[in-house]
Design a protein around this ligand. Structure first.
Ligand code: ATP
Ligand code: MG
Length: 296
């Protein structure tokens, strides 16, 4: 198995997200998706080999596929692409193949979450309060059940710490009424299109998170799109409501960590080799099933 790339060690100063190293090139950004993995908002000391490649390639796949719904920030990637080559020429191949050139936008400081099935924090909230994302929900829903209508449940995008659930009213106060409604509609359309396509490939996208940015008055889909980092992926063949599902995404690591007794405060624990391997395999499988091609 290849080793995980968790540090890019580039000469120029970078902003470092939990997963991506970001190089500001003026009008554009070079986003490098490393193999770092964060769980419960803590970056773990162990990376997942090739995870960054999957996130990068899968995001490109979806940006292009969903471009009829909303324009995106993607410009180019791949070491042979003339547009990217000058920036990645001096980079080690392992860094270059995780790079994506994107339009720099002004990020909208709301995370646009859409839930099509009842899982994760949505399920936890429903069990406790009978609501989902603070919204009224019908009685008697089961874990993992498909919702009649997918729900838009935005959160804040916290610079540090955990994102907080916000109501639609709070979202409108934060970013303005028109933009809030526009992002809700776009998120719903993107999720519906992604869900339908993925289902045809045997994968259920249970929920997901989109980020949007503004550039010259235009709304752009930014960051990543419908990846196993931003979404919950299930196998459609083994799916059944009334229980937890076998996760094909980052939830696999969260489930392992839940069993370790870790208090979710930094530093996070090392992951054992078999968890790393199984997670890497799940990421690669998801890529292949969604795109129909093996990971480049
Ligand atoms: N086109 C874009 N223009 C401006 N910012 C972008 C663009 N695409 C992504 N970003 C920002 O770059 C960062 C991507 O890095 P990463 O996903 O590792 O960050 P994160 O840990 O999720 O978020 P944070 O920055 O809050 O730590 C995010 O903050 C995202 O909002
Ligand atoms: Mg991110």
């Amino acid at each position: 198995m290849p080793t995980a790339l968790t540090e890019t060690n580039l000469p120029r100063p970078a902003r470092r997200g939990k997963v991506r190293d970001i190089y500001d090139l003026g009008d554009t950004l070079l986003l490098i998706s490393t193999d770092r993995l964060s769980a419960f908002d803590v970056v773990l000391p162990t990376g997942i080999p090739e995870r960054g490649v999957v996130l990068n390639e899968l995001s490109r796949f979806w940006f292009q596929r969903l471009s009829g719904i909303v324009p995106h920030h993607f410009l180019a990637m791949g070491v042979d692409t003339p547009r990217v080559a000058p920036y990645v020429a001096d980079l080690p191949m392992e860094v270059a193949r995780r790079a994506m050139l994107v339009k720099k936008a002004e990020p909208v400081l709301v995370e646009c979450i859409v839930r099509g099935y009842l899982a994760g924090s949505g399920w936890a909230e429903y069990r406790k309060h009978g609501t989902i994302g603070g919204r009224a929900a019908p009685d008697g829903l089961q874990e993992s059940q498909r919702l009649e209508t997918p729900l838009f449940t935005p959160t804040t995008k916290a610079a540090e710490g955990h994102d907080e659930l916000i109501t639609m009213e709070q979202t409108e106060e934060l970013i303005g009424r028109d933009l809030a409604r526009r992002l809700e509609r776009l998120s719903q359309e993107l999720y519906a299109a992604g869900h339908e396509y993925a289902l045809g490939q045997g994968i259920i996208i249970a929920d997901t998170k989109f980020e949007f940015g503004l550039l010259d008055g235009e709304v752009l889909l930014i960051d990543e799109a419908l990846t196993p980092d931003s979404s919950r992926f299930w196998d459609a063949k083994t799916y059944g409501p009334g229980r937890a599902q076998d996760p094909l995404d980052k939830q696999f690591v969260r489930d392992y960590l839940d069993g370790t007794g870790w208090n979710k405060e930094p530093p996070g624990p090392e992951l054992p080799p078999e968890i790393v391997q199984q997670t890497a395999r799940r990421y690669r499988d998801v890529y292949q099933r969604l795109t129909g091609a093996p990971l480049p």
